[in-house]
Design a protein around this ligand. Structure first.
Ligand SMILES: *Cc1c(COP(=O)(O)O)cnc(C)c1O
Length: 212
């Protein structure tokens, strides 16, 4: 999970939502350790069934009343987009005696996506969260809109990179800006060209999802 700024060092989070435990185990046996899930109920079942050295990433929208189910083991919460959520993470992390690493989710595309803060809100939110002792900001996350041509998402990714550079320059105590979680199956190449250190790839690893 220690993704540096070196573009040659990109962490691949295998997004296993809707996929069976056996599919995760197969990748685990091949040596992969970073897996991402969107739904708490599903994450709980998989976490219990699978080896404990898996690094689980919560990448989906997280409701405050669900934080308690993952606080003990979650490796990184990518989707923090409010101070209220960070406060709940603080409370649950303190109960477990740990500090939980998080990313701030930013909606740089500014399309109708429901989640993520606006870029201009980022600094203020980062400053407020930085005072919580059991929460540790590691960087930023964004989901670009689904597009046919991934080039259309390039600006989205470069905007998040620029934002992270701006905030890194402020040198806020207790805040690290080492992780940029951006890029999915259709656009991870463009995302890494624009500075991503962590890509979240589901379909290209596990095949199409079947939600029925
Ligand atoms: C499902 C999901 C992914 C993976 O998407 P693919 O297109 O299957 O690679 C990445 N990030 C988030 C937030 C997701 O919900």
């Amino acid at each position: 999970m220690e993704a540096g700024r070196d573009a040659s060092c990109v962490t691949v989070v295998a997004v296993s939502k809707t996929k069976p435990i056996e599919a995760i185990k197969e990748l685990y046996d091949a040596g992969h350790r970073d897996f991402g899930e969107n739904y708490i109920q599903e994450l709980r079942v998989k976490q219990e069934a699978l080896p404990k050295d898996i690094r689980w990433h919560m990448i989906g929208h997280l409701q405050r009343n669900k934080v308690k189910y993952i606080a003990e083991y979650i490796c990184l919460i990518h989707s923090v987009d409010s101070y209220a959520l960070a406060e709940t993470i603080e409370k649950e992390a303190a109960k477990c005696g740990r500090t939980i690493p998080i990313l701030i989710e930013v909606n740089v595309g500014e399309e109708e996506s429901k989640f993520g803060i606006r870029p201009e809100e980022a600094e203020d939110l980062v400053r407020r969260i930085s005072s919580l002792p059991h929460v540790r900001i590691k960087g930023f996350m964004t989901s670009a809109p689904y597009v046919e041509d991934p080039e259309e998402d390039r600006e989205c990714f470069s905007k998040l990179r620029d934002l992270s550079v701006d905030i890194a320059l402020k040198k806020i105590d207790n805040v690290e800006v080492s992780v940029l979680s951006m890029g999915m199956s259709n656009d991870y190449i463009v995302a890494t060209q624009e500075g991503s250190t962590m890509v979240r790839v589901g379909t290209s690893i596990f095949g199409e999802r079947n939600y029925s």
